[in-house]
Design a protein around this ligand. Structure first.
Ligand SMILES: Nc1nc2c(ncn2[C@@H]2O[C@H](COP(=O)(O)OP(=O)(O)OP(=O)(O)O)[C@@H](O)[C@H]2O)c(=O)[nH]1
Ligand SMILES: [Mg+2]
Ligand SMILES: [Zn+2]
Length: 315
């Protein structure tokens, strides 16, 4: 896995002569955290153990960590440098890290509960800004098979991968299965869209219901309350199931940053009259001109304006 190699080189650079420890660092991956303990997966033995950590360390799901100690007395010594994180706004509008070292965001939408306005675009902004590949999964097609057809066309035109499926139709899930191979994927979306149902299918072993983690944390199979990493049977394939949120909140950021989250705007980079153009009211704006010309979809531009406006909430 490229990610792993890159990390080991970084670590060798920072700790010359300590190469034997590098294996230790990459061997253990955080599955879930509680107050001051973490469930840590050993990628060599496929065992999960509990390890303590001091409050200032703050490991998160997906972190590679270095452990010290033995048996049941394990402690997280350090966290390996993160490649990236999936974030959402905390109560003060700051980015709160939910999971680390992710290759792909699987954004689940459903016929019911229907997506809130702009939710797809907000997730896509987070994906673009954190350099995560994004896949849009439109679930519960058994309830209505074509309600999302317009959306699917729209996002495919922007080159995003899309899948229409239902967890009640096994045949429709083959395509979903394939996207998880050789990657770490985080499944996100509103509560009740079917993230855990999809995870359960992909894991195939009901571990969401009966797994060690569920038993120890005492959580039932429904309404996920902790972000958890699950290793798939295939090597280097991990799935992270996350609790649904009603409204995915982006952390406080400028219009300039938000605009970078709209991939189709990038073609026009540097073409506005003013270099700090917010694409809202400035004369000579290339984004507004492209929207008027129909080169940028009006729905997406409108959504951009609403999301920029929503940042007022944090001030
Ligand atoms: N009709 C239909 N129901 C589905 C489908 N997928 C999941 N469900 C149902 O939707 C409900 C919610 O599913 P979950 O998998 O728990 O949803 P979730 O996204 O993990 O929800 P949170 O953990 O609260 O974020 C359950 O009752 C599922 O049986 C589907 O494709 N069609
Ligand atoms: Mg769930
Ligand atoms: Zn502009």
């Amino acid at each position: 896995m490229i990610v792993t190699e890159k990390k080991s080189y970084n670590t060798i650079d920072s700790y010359p002569g300590m190469t034997h420890n590098v294996v230790m660092i990459l061997k253990h991956r955080v599955r879930a955290t509680q107050k001051n303990t973490a469930w840590v997966f050993n990628t060599e033995t496929a065992e999960t153990s509990q390890a303590f950590f001091s409050r200032k360390l703050k490991p998160i799901c997906g972190d590679y960590v270095e452990l010290v100690g033995s048996g049941t007395d394990l402690k997280i010594q350090s966290i390996c440098e993160r490649d990236n994180t999936f974030d959402r706004a905390d109560r003060k509008g700051r980015p709160q890290h939910i999971a680390a070292n992710i290759d792909q965001m699987v954004i689940v939408l459903a016929v019911e509960p229907a997506p809130t306005r702009d939710i797809i675009n907000r997730y896509l902004i987070a994906a673009e800004l954190n350099r995560l590949k994004a896949v849009l999964v439109f679930n519960k097609s058994d309830l209505d098979s074509d309600i999302f057809d317009e959306d699917i066309k729209r996002y495919q035109a922007l080159s995003y991968a899309t899948i229409k499926c239902s967890t009640k139709d096994i045949g429709s899930l083959t395509a979903v299965n394939d996207i998880f191979l050789n990657k770490t994927s985080i499944i996100v979306g509103q509560s009740g869209v079917g993230k855990s149902s999809l995870s359960q299918f992909i894991l195939q072993d009901d571990s969401l219901k009966t797994g060690k983690l569920s038993q120890k944390t005492g959580k039932g199979a429904h309404t996920t309350s902790v972000t958890q990493l699950y290793p798939l049977k295939e090597a280097n394939s991990y799935l992270i199931d996350s609790p649904g949120v009603w409204e995915y909140g982006l952390w406080l950021m400028s219009a300039l940053d938000l605009a970078q989250g709209f991939i189709e705007f990038n073609v026009y980079a540097g073409q506005c009259k003013f270099s700090n153009c917010s694409h809202i009211h400035e004369p000579g704006c290339a984004i507004m001109a492209a929207t008027d010309a129909g080169e940028i979809m009006y729905e997406r531009y409108e959504s951009y304006l609403r999301i920029v406006d929503s940042m007022k909430y944090w001030s």
